[in-house]
Design a binder for this molecule. Structure first.
Ligand code: SF4
Length: 287
């Protein structure tokens, strides 16, 4: 079976599960990136009922948000329901810039609190599709699977691949929880671009401007060189982070938390890993 057919079969299984357990169609989530666009095209080609949702991280590039809006217009003309999820924290709407002062630390590779609040809140008690792929990182290779079931705590998640026995277990599990299908989990970057070209899928314009991945501007998971490139293109985002770090330092002072950072600029330089942790300063990743 070729990869497209395998992915379509996974989507059909997920669609049936979604209708059976949640009595609602499968949700295809989109970040505005190429993998999401491939998943949307696969869902169209599978002929299944589905909805599309985008989590507004508030730190995405404007081009990404426009691209999602344009994709939604095309899908809505086909009768597909599309919606934006606005992130909330402690019951209130939040942005990256209002979240950082509340969390008292910048987001880091080890403390990705922003992901769970800004990107992963949608699809509670529904079956969702994501464009996660093993090819993206060793971590994903070791921690992600074709089908995933989330109970209350993330560490209790159940991971299953295509094998029939385990899939039946997943299908028969009565637990009402968020279920995820990752239909392109085994696709390589090459597979993705081949499919985009063969299906003529309109892409986020950032891919033609030197971006090989699109996501939040300044994401701590990216390397410093790429983050520098992003902040050069989007200086306003750099200012937003520095202001958020200034407000974060004010909050630390109010709460009596020690810090050797004097300004938001200091925090930014440490966060970009250009400066070693300043003498006596709390190491970001250890707090
Ligand atoms: S900045 Fe990175 S870690 Fe944070 S929400 Fe965006 S993608 Fe996730």
């Amino acid at each position: 079976m070729d990869k497209e057919q395998k992915a379509i079969e996974r989507l059909k299984i997920a669609s049936n599960m979604s209708l059976q357990y949640y009595e609602q169609p499968l949700i295809v989530t989109t970040s505005g990136g190429k993998d999401s666009d491939v998943c949307i095209q696969l869902a169209l080609n599978a002929g299944i009922p589905f909805e599309v949702q985008h989590n507004l991280t508030t730190a995405d590039a404007p081009e990404t948000v426009y691209h999602v809006r344009n994709t939604f217009k095309i899908l809505e003309n086909k009768g597909i329901k599309c919606s934006f999820n606005y992130p909330t924290y402690k019951g209130k709407r939040v942005t990256m810039w209002t979240l950082i002062p509340q969390k008292l630390l910048p987001p880091t590779r080890l403390m990705r609190y922003c992901c769970s609040i800004l990107k992963e809140q949608g699809g509670k008690n529904r079956m969702i599709t994501t464009g996660v792929r093993w090819d993206e990182s060793v971590r994903r290779k070791n921690t992600r699977a074709t089908y995933e079931l989330f109970a209350n705590k993330i560490e209790n998640k159940i991971l299953l691949n295509d094998n029939d026995d385990t899939r039946r277990l997943f299908e028969n599990c009565q637990l009402k929880a968020k279920r995820i299908v990752n239909p392109i989990i085994d696709w390589t970057n090459r597979d993705i671009w081949d499919y985009i070209n063969s299906e003529n899928i309109p892409m986020n314009p950032l891919y033609s401007c030197g971006f090989d991945r699109v996501g939040c501007i300044g994401c701590p998971l990216a390397n410093t060189k790429f983050r520098d490139f992003e902040f050069k293109k989007y200086p306003k985002f750099k200012q937003n982070y520095i202001r958020a770090f200034d407000r974060m330092l004010e909050q630390r002072k109010i709460k009596g938390k020690e810090t050797q950072w004097k300004t938001g600029e200091d925090v930014f330089e440490t966060w970009m890993q250009r400066k070693d942790v300043m003498e006596g300063q709390i190491k970001i990743q250890e707090v």
